[in-house]
Ligand binder design. Structure first.
Ligand code: FAD
Ligand code: DHB
Length: 395
């Protein structure tokens, strides 16, 4: 088979890229290791930056999102049983975020892509290797759904295959830099059948550490709580979850509405950056190249920002024979990646209780939160990053 841009991975990075390329008149094919049902059923992120929600509208992909998702013009921070409302819109000249689950975004993008170009996503077709990326005729070697050997010849390869994909490893170790750290805590995430307890997201740091109240719909709520990253989910029975959430979110005159917990998972927290994002005709995008701890809600959004820059660069190279955008891709995308790393690490350290934390460390974290309450400049800095820094202008 042959296509202009071969994409490995049908996550947010790969799917947004396929849609952006199609808008620019460029042909692509996505190879995805998992089944369509698995892709559409994996519970992950929930917060879309204002620019990502706007891009979905621009691409004509926002119908269901506009009907079902909520715009959140504020968030709440909580510590020492006090709540602070941050008016994101007032602090950013009217910007807000949209709370719409990642797998709902994926369902919408998969359906639209297959409707526009049947056969343009191959599920259960894991990429095994890339070849020829240093020359002009690269190819992806993959396994077909039937277990046979497939080959996709292309002009450019984009590895949008997530943190555990094969793309990153194709950049020779001699030129690949990796930066990162693993945090000594993880998140237990649960989905609950219950009505909303509070009109906006609450990021809380209280008692044994971090907790986050988010939402999925008027009848399904999403909650997270800091845990030991080595905890099996079985360590968290429902009674323990409600006890911890109750104390970490407690404030006078309010109770958390409980309900049936129907999904539980534990994720590790890490920060990671790989550079450069390009080697010859191979480009990395999204989690394949970088991971942020989820506290700033940046991972999905950063994946979309990468492929926006990359789609413009590919379009310029393919339509105008001008490779300058491809040459600049790694530096341009990494500039935003490091800003998101900074913000995500800042939110993470401010809101989590380190197992080795001293009372001094705790007071410093609380002083950081108090700074946001006291200083409009500090509140604005948080809000600008949370709603999303502007995408680079197209030149
Ligand atoms: P992925 O979504 O990981 O997609 C990669 C795809 O490639 C997968 O479908 C995988 O099956 C496929 N693949 C892997 N290897 C191969 C192969 N060899 N061949 C073919 N296919 C392959 N981000 C936010 O912005 N906001 C949030 O609120 C937020 N909350 C989060 C909460 C949780 C609990 C978690 C776990 C993450 C959260 N994130 C959040 C992060 C976000 O989910 C990720 O950053 C995002 O999924 C990255 O998209 P991606 O397309 O780069 O990678
Ligand atoms: C959600 C996830 C996040 O990482 C976050 O910061 C806020 C909300 C969510 O899944 O709803």
């Amino acid at each position: 088979r042959r296509t202009q841009v071969g994409i490995i991975g049908c996550g947010p990075a790969g799917l947004f890229l396929a849609h952006l390329l199609a808008r620019a008149g460029i042909d692509s094919l996505i190879l995805e290791a998992r089944s369509r049902a698995a892709v559409e059923g994996t519970i992950r992120a929930g917060v879309l930056e204002h620019g990502v929600a706007a891009l979905m509208q621009e691409l004509g992909l926002a119908g269901r999102m506009l009907r079902q998702a909520d715009r959140h013009a504020g968030i709440t921070l909580q510590w020492r049983s006090q709540r602070l409302h941050l008016d994101l819109a007032a602090l950013t000249g009217g910007k807000a975020v949209t709370v719409y689950a990642q797998h709902e975004v994926l369902k919408d993008l998969v359906a639209a892509r297959l409707a526009a170009a049947p056969g343009s996503i191959l599920f259960e077709a894991p990429a095994r290797a890339v070849e020829g990326i240093e020359g002009d005729h690269p190819a992806i070697l993959f396994e077909t759904a039937e277990g046979g050997a497939g080959r996709l010849d292309c002009d450019h390869i984009v590895a949008a295959d997530g943190f555990h994909g094969i793309g990153r490893g194709a950049i020779p170790a001699s030129i690949r830099q990796e930066y990162g750290k693993t945090y000594p805590y993880g998140w237990l995430g649960v989905l609950v059948e219950a009505p909303r307890s509070w009109p906006e997201l609450i990021y809380a740091s209280q008692g044994d550490g971090f907790s986050l109240l988010s939402t999925r719909s008027p009848t399904v709520q999403r909650l997270y709580l800091q845990c030991d990253p080595a905890d099996p989910v079985e360590a968290w029975d429902d009674a323990r979850i409600w006890r911890e959430l109750g104390s970490r979110l407690a404030t006078d005159g309010w109770t958390l509405t409980q309900g049936k917990i129907f999904q539980k998972s534990v994720i590790p927290l890490r920060s990671f950056v790989c550079a450069p994002l390009r080697h010859g005709r191979l480009f990395l995008a999204g989690d394949a190249a970088h991971i942020v701890p989820p506290t700033g809600a940046k991972g999905l959004n950063l994946a979309v920002a990468d492929v926006l820059v990359l789609s413009r660069a590919l379009s310029r190279a393919i339509h105008r024979g001008d490779a300058s955008g491809l040459d600049a891709y790694s530096d341009t995308a990494l500039a935003r990646v490091w800003q998101a790393q900074r913000f995500s690490a800042f939110m993470t350290r401010m809101l989590h209780r380190d197992p080795g934390e001293t009372p001094f460390d705790t007071r410093l974290r609380e002083a950081q939160l108090e700074q946001i309450a006291l200083s409009p400049a500090a509140a604005t800095a948080l809000a600008e990053n949370y709603v999303g820094l502007p995408f680079p202008a197209e030149d």
